[in-house]
Structure formats: C-alpha cells, structure tokens
Design a protein around this ligand. Structure first.
Ligand code: NAD
Ligand code: DAO
Ligand code: ZN
Ligand code: ZN
Length: 370
C-alpha cells in the first residue's frame, strides 16, 4: 500500500515527506495506522548523525499511538480495531531477559531491530523504485501506517486520546519509569534532575508521584523553570549562575548530596556532576541521556568506593506490554499529567518544524497528528 512518510535519506539532512510503499504484515506482525507521534531527542540524535548505530535511509519515529488495521498469521494478542502504542523495547515474555526480573531489555528481536529490519531480516518499506527503506527502533512512527512485531505493541484503552498518549511511547515512561522501576525512589527522598526537557520533566513528576521531599532541577535554560515547577520541582539551579563548583553547590543545597540523581541531558560532563552530587555512602545516579558517538564518562573511582553508585536505564526499566497500559490508566485517572508538555502539534508535512523547535529550546514535545 502507499503510505505518507518522513524519510531520513542521509544523516544531517532534513526529513523528506513522500509517498513510499508498505508491504502488509507477515507472520507475527501487525499493520498499525499511526494517529499521532511525538518527536523525541533520540530521533534527532539519529537524524543528525550523532548516533553511531544510525542506518539510512530510514523512517524514524518511536513515540507513536494508533489503531491495528490488519494482523499477520499467528498473531493472537491483537485484532483489527485495537488501540496500541508501539514499543521500541519489546516484551516477548519468554526470552532469558524477559524471564529475569532484573531487566526490561527483551532480546528476542534485538539483532534485526538494531539492523533496521523486521524479525525475518527484511524491510516492509520500499521506495517507489522498490529499494528498501530501513525501519527504526522497530517502530517507524513517522509514517501514517507502519508494520510492527506483535511483541512490540502495547494494547491500550480506547478512550485515551492518541495525541497525548503517544508520549507514553517514550518520554513519559522513560522519565517516570526511571524513578519508579530503576531507582525505586522512596518517599521523603532528595532528588536532583539534570536537564528539564521532555524526559527530565517526567522524572520530576515521577519523583513527585512517589513522594520525594526535595526535587532539585538543573538546567542551563532558565525558560524551563516555570514548567518544571508545575511538574514538582521544588528548587531550580542554573549552572551558569552558580559561582564556583557546581557539585559543591548542590551538595550544600541538599545537605550532603541527593539520595538519587538523574542525568536527562546526554552530556557526559553533566553525568559526572550528577554522580558526584549523589550522597556519600548511598547516593545513586541514574543515566538516562544518550551520549554522542565515541563519548565516555569518567570520575575518580573513590566516588564509587565511598558508596555512590552509577546506573543506567532504557525506557525507564518498563516492560512495555505490561506497564504501558497502566501508565495510560494513570494519565486517564489524572494521576499523572501530559497535556501541558505537548507544546506544539503539526501535520506530517511540517515535521521538520518540530525538529527546529527542539533545537531552539522552544518546545517540550512536538506531536505530529496524521
Ligand atoms: P531535551 O532536548 O528536550 O532536553 C534536554 C535538556 O537538557 C534541555 O532542557 C537543555 O536545556 C538541558 N541541558 C543541556 N545541556 C545541559 C547542561 N550542560 N546542564 C544542564 N542542562 C542542560 O531532550 P529530551 O527529549 O528530554 O532527552 C534527554 C536525553 O534523554 C537525550 O539524550 C535523549 O536521547 C535521552 N533519552 C533516553 C532514553 C532512555 O531510554 N534512556 C529515552 C528517551 C530519551
Ligand atoms: O541492547 O537490548 C538492547 C536494547 C538497547 C536499546 C535501548 C534504547 C534506549 C536508549 C535509547 C533511547 C530511546 C528513545
Ligand atoms: Zn524517545
Ligand atoms: Zn523477551
């Protein structure tokens, strides 16, 4: 079938809106009509060429929501008409990783997904000339129809609005999950969040949800302060306004360091600051941000010897088919907020404007409506 898609032909180029061909679902695959998709910093990471694993040409996008239109042979958990959120971290419920409660990193389709292909090793997208276009993160939501493996789709309630719940496909779950699943922040904790963008705001609201006492937000952009306060931040720190050492300032502010710190910038220098502003003896620092190709983190090992730990999280440690429908319920029940974070919406034809707004620091989330 013909579908409208934003194609990333080459690293560093704007996306090109065109009609491409999509083959129907094969066994254990599902055709989804995408109704809305967010634009996440990770799409930009790949589009820009900073992603060492980026493959081109590809149809990017991993923060979507839509409706099942057709199922392939062998699909049992979904049917046409079901509302779904595609998952870049699948949940097969039978691999060694799914069976280990310590991780959410299902490996069932990892190799082919990482190569931009469906689990049988081929692509469903082709150009008008029949040349393959690669999938992205197994989701490719920058197209009005996409094909996704059954194990990479969370079935969600039908009264939830697509233009808001698409954000649960990455940003919301990553931020809130980092607090609840990965760090397991306790009530009364002191928390520092570095980077108050689309992910960091959700770390803030996760910290508020679990009853953290002191929630410090750190960002170079003072325009982020107002929105961050709305999502639970109790103290704002702009590193550009701190005289002297930022770690010392934060340790003093939190009276000894934070119980939990989170990097949501992707900057390796910030990651070090985050680790070192965690409390001696027990502070945990969680890396969420994805750093550019070739970058490395460093600290003095004594920081770890003296009881701080450094950890990381992907998709907030969430098992998508199980946890995403619950997060949709939290949104529908008013337990978490999403609407104020969707600062811009646009049709697919204007998707590059969404990337521009991200660069300019003017948006939290831009959402493409199909
Ligand atoms: P964003 O651009 O919306 O937000 C980043 C924020 O960090 C901005 O507000 C910016 O002003 C701030 N910032 C940048 N440099 C800073 C510095 N030196 N000190 C303080 N603040 C600084 O990006 P986002 O969508 O929130 O994504 C954040 C990171 O999370 C990205 O690296 C993204 O790739 C990553 N990410 C990871 C996962 C995961 O599963 N681990 C999932 C989604 C996104
Ligand atoms: O190696 O098993 C694996 C999967 C790694 C992918 C995890 C992706 C999370 C980080 C990228 C941010 C996604 C928006
Ligand atoms: Zn994302
Ligand atoms: Zn699995």
């Amino acid at each position: 079938m013909d579908v409208r898609a934003a194609v990333a032909w080459k690293a560093g180029e704007p996306l090109s809106i065109e009609t491409v061909n999509l083959e129907g679902p094969r066994a254990f695959e599902v055709l989804v009509e995408i109704k809305a998709t967010g634009i996440c910093h990770t799409d930009e990471f790949t589009r820009s060429g900073a992603d060492p694993e980026g493959i081109f040409p590809a149809i990017l996008g991993h923060e979507g929501a839509g409706i099942v239109r057709e199922v392939g042979k062998g699909v049992t958990s979904l049917k046409p008409g079901d509302h779904v959120i595609p998952l870049y971290t699948p949940e097969c419920r039978e691999c060694e990783y799914c069976l280990n409660p310590k991780t959410n990193l299902c490996q069932k389709i990892r190799t082919t997904q990482g190569a931009g292909l469906m689990p049988d090793g081929s692509s469903r997208f082709t150009t008008k000339d029949g040349d393959p276009i690669f999938h992205y993160m197994g989701t490719s939501t920058f197209a009005n129809f996409t094909v996704v493996p059954e194990i990479a789709l969370a079935k969600v309630r039908e009264d939830a609005p697509f233009d808001k719940i698409c954000y649960i496909g990455c940003g919301v779950t990553t931020g809130i999950g980092a607090v609840i699943n990965t760090a397991k922040v306790e009530p009364g904790s002191k928390v520092i969040v570095f980077g108050l963008g689309g992910i960091g705001l959700n770390v803030l609201q996760g910290a508020r949800l679990v009853g953290a006492d002191m929630i410090v937000g750190v960002d170079l952009n003072p325009a982020k302060k107002e929105m961050a306060e709305r999502f639970g931040m109790t103290h704002f720190v702009n590193p550009a306004e701190v005289e002297g050492d930022l770690v010392a300032y934060l340790v003093n502010l939190t009276k000894g360091g934070a119980d939990y710190t989170f990097d949501a910038t992707g900057n390796v220098g910030v990651m070090r600051t985050a680790l070192e502003s965690a409390h001696k003896g027990w502070g945990e620092s969680i890396i969420i941000g994805v750093a550019g190709a070739g970058q490395e983190i460093s600290t003095r090992p004594f920081q770890l010897v003296t009881g701080r730990s450094w950890r990381g999280t992907a998709f907030g440690g969430a098992r998508g088919r199980t946890d995403v429908p619950k997060i949709v319920d939290w949104y529908m029940d008013g337990k978490i907020e999403i609407d104020p974070m969707i600062t811009h919406t646009m049709p697919l034809d204007e998707i590059n404007t969404g990337f521009d707004l991200m660069h300019q620091g003017k948006s939290i989330r831009s959402v493409v409506l199909y």
